[in-house]
Ligand binder design. Structure first.
Ligand SMILES: Nc1nc2c(c(=O)[nH]1)N[C@H]1C(S)=C(S)[C@@H](COP(=O)(O)O)O[C@H]1N2
Ligand SMILES: [Mo]
Length: 197
């Protein structure tokens, strides 16, 4: 939605209320990867949640597909200043995956095939805020964008949405992942421009 910032029609300038500070909107979908694209076959794919003390929950591709699927349309915001409005995804809510996970830990490290990691507070993965997605725009998620499956945490900068995600490990303390070790913020709220430390 665009709102006018001036009442004079002739001099009207608009500011998009959905655009976080310092961002511009783009229709393209840039590929941002820190390394080569890992090729993971769906037949070999697994996703794990490790809750500590040997309690690990694991899903195969077939088991993931058998879970309730949600269609999510959301804006995404990259720390390199581009935002993309109304992106359409399909996948499984993290609430569904965490349903039977018992843990007293408040922090998580998200792990990807290929070795990428990123830290996210557990609370930011629950209550309808995050998904494990495997379709974009009605098509299987392209490998360049994280296929077979990636995390989608749209209320944080997009580096938190780990591509080629392989699992989530619960942690008792907040530890930095890959980009967080290399200067990116621990939390990454686009509305507060929480970009770098
Ligand atoms: N595994 C993995 N996930 C990743 C990255 C990466 O390099 N490896 N890059 C992150 C960054 S910095 C961004 S901006 C988004 C980019 O997603 P896209 O390539 O689909 O636009 O993925 C994030 N997830
Ligand atoms: Mo990024």
């Amino acid at each position: 939605m665009a709102i006018p910032t001036s009442g004079f029609a002739g001099r009207r300038r608009t500011r998009d209320v959905n655009l976080p500070p310092g961002q511009y909107a783009t229709d393209s979908f840039p590929v941002m990867s820190a390394g080569p694209t890992p090729r993971v076959l769906r037949a070999d794919w697994t996703f794990q949640i490790a809750a500590g003390q040997g309690r690990t929950h694991q899903w195969t591709w077939e088991q993931l597909q058998a879970l309730p699927q949600e269609d999510v349309t959301t804006d995404i915001h990259c720390v390199t200043h581009w935002s993309k409005f109304g992106t359409a995804w399909r996948g499984v809510s993290l609430d569904t995956l965490f349903e039977d996970v018992e843990s007293g830990s408040d922090h998580t490290m998200v792990h990807s095939y290929g070795g990428y990691t990123t830290n996210i507070p557990l609370g930011d993965l629950l209550d309808g805020k995050a998904w494990l997605v495997h379709e974009f725009d009605g098509e299987p998620l392209a490998a360049a964008h994280g296929g077979p499956a990636r995390l989608l945490v749209p209320h944080l900068y997009l580096w938190k949405s780990a591509k080629w995600v392989s699992g989530i490990r619960l942690m008792d303390q907040d530890l930095p992942g890959f980009w967080e070790t290399n200067g990116y913020a621990m939390y990454g709220d686009p509305w507060r421009e929480d970009r770098y430390w």
